[in-house]
Design a binder for this molecule. Structure first.
Ligand SMILES: Cc1cc2nc3c(=O)[nH]c(=O)nc-3n(C[C@H](O)[C@H](O)[C@H](O)COP(=O)(O)OP(=O)(O)OC[C@H]3O[C@@H](n4cnc5c(N)ncnc54)[C@H](O)[C@@H]3O)c2cc1C
Length: 390
């Protein structure tokens, strides 16, 4: 059964422009994204044409500077757009979030000349990005990465393997963290590598539990040469850039999780109010009513939490612990809500005839990406009690 168009959420938006933006996204989501989600996820098909459409509509660079083709939108608005997209299809919401993450290094730390040269195509010229931090032997301990960049005349030669790369093999550009110096976080530098660079190749996509439409693949860098004009920021600054990108990226994951949870709740409400047992709708039974109430409460709390963190960011205030809390709460909530949605649909919930089993499989990955939820707890605790082992 094709996914239903997402139910409109009553949103507090700061401007008329933001309201128009949400209407536009709902229109695209209802027409172009939700109806094809089930079939294309089943077939592991990545909807590249949807990303072209979003780019043409100005939706792939929303939180960035309009001087370079961005949308000048506050995070508060950008994240609600992501939530709407993820409610229609997680592959799209998460894909936009990862693309935004991949643009961050250049937009926030690039030299003016680099920004003028590359950003317009990245933010609104139809290009799709990937963010390459993880490796086969370094996930949570990302600072131990081994991919090397070695100076070669006026450029660099990159060699190594990046793992779990969203859009790996289909991206037009890769923001790559590579080691240029000492072991540990201070020896890492960021580079912008074109997707068609000689020596760059991708393995076959991972065969995942869910999110099958979104390709995740190892990316091999076999002596890839880039000019020094593709180094982003200073030598040794790459890990700090990667982590500050993730502070914002985690808010994107939080918003996607709430979109997914909202879609599951909407589906569950529609089902239980129609399904009759014992001569009445099953939504009459208090046990189920209380489940619905708990699901809605977790979603509203998550939305409020990610928006509070976004408003701190928009005000130029520190927001890293709040972003970690939002990622932790919203993705755990999505896991619980989607699991309960399957329960509310009974046996039908366990079949692919309804989208809730897919939502449940998709929710799981959100507890893992951009720092597992154990890592989010470490980030939060460090702000409370200082670094471990002091
Ligand atoms: C679908 C998908 C898409 C992804 N996309 C990208 C991408 O685009 N770019 C990218 O760079 N990466 C990406 N990743 C990688 C992702 O960020 C990592 O999987 C994640 O950071 C965890 O790393 P790991 O898988 O190596 O697990 P590990 O780090 O090996 O962790 C294994 C377990 O140990 C726990 N653990 C580890 N250290 C600690 C600790 N100190 N305290 C407590 N528990 C700990 C973890 O929480 C986990 O439960 C993606 C992953 C997936 C599954």
């Amino acid at each position: 059964m094709p996914d239903r168009a997402p139910q409109p959420v009553d949103r507090q938006l700061p401007t008329d422009e933001a309201r128009d933006l949400i209407s536009l996204v709902r229109d695209i989501a209802g027409r172009e994204i939700a109806p094809k989600a089930a079939g294309e996820e089943d077939a592991a098909h990545f909807p590249r044409e949807v990303f072209t459409l979003l780019s043409d509509a100005g939706l792939l660079g929303l939180p960035y500077d309009s001087e370079y083709g961005g949308g000048d939108q506050p995070y508060e608005v950008y994240l609600q757009v992501l939530e709407e997209l993820a409610a229609a299809r997680l592959t799209v919401g998460l894909g936009v979030s990862v693309h935004t993450l991949a643009c961050y290094a250049l937009a926030a730390h690039g030299a003016k000349q680099q920004q003028v040269e590359h950003l317009p195509a990245m933010l609104g010229g139809g290009l799709l990005g990937a963010y390459c931090l993880s490796e086969p032997s370094s996930g949570s301990d990302a600072a131990s990465l081994r991919t090397r960049a070695v100076r070669d005349g006026d450029g660099w030669i990159l060699t190594g393997t990046k793992a779990w790369i969203t859009h790996g093999g289909i991206a037009d550009f890769y923001t790559v963290m590579a080691r240029t110096g000492e072991e540990g976080p201070r020896g890492i530098t960021a580079f912008l590598v074109p997707g068609d660079a000689e020596g760059l190749s991708a393995a076959a996509p991972e065969r995942k539990m869910g999110l099958k439409g979104s390709p995740t693949a190892q990316v091999h860098l076999d002596g890839v040469r880039v000019g020094d004009d593709r180094r982003i920021g200073e030598e040794g600054q790459g890990f700090a850039i990667a982590l500050s990108a993730l502070d914002s990226g985690r808010l994107g994951i939080a918003a996607c999780a709430i979109g997914l949870a909202q879609a599951a709740l909407d589906e569950a409400v529609a089902y239980v109010t129609g399904r009759q047992q014992f001569g009445r709708p099953v939504s009459d039974f208090q046990g189920l009513r209380f489940m619905l109430a708990d699901m809605a409460t977790q979603i509203e709390a998550g939305r409020a939490l990610y928006l509070a963190a976004a408003r701190l960011r928009d005000a130029g205030r520190p927001f890293a612990p709040q972003a970690a809390m939002a990622k932790l709460h919203c993705t755990d909530a999505a896991m619980r809500v989607t699991t309960d949605a399957v329960q509310l649909l009974g046996g039908y919930g366990y079949t692919a005839d309804f989208p809730v089993e897919r939502y449940m499989r998709e929710a799981k990955v959100l507890q893992i990406v951009e720092g597992t939820n154990q890592i989010q707890r470490m980030v939060i605790a460090r702000h409370l009690a200082g670094p471990e082992g002091r």
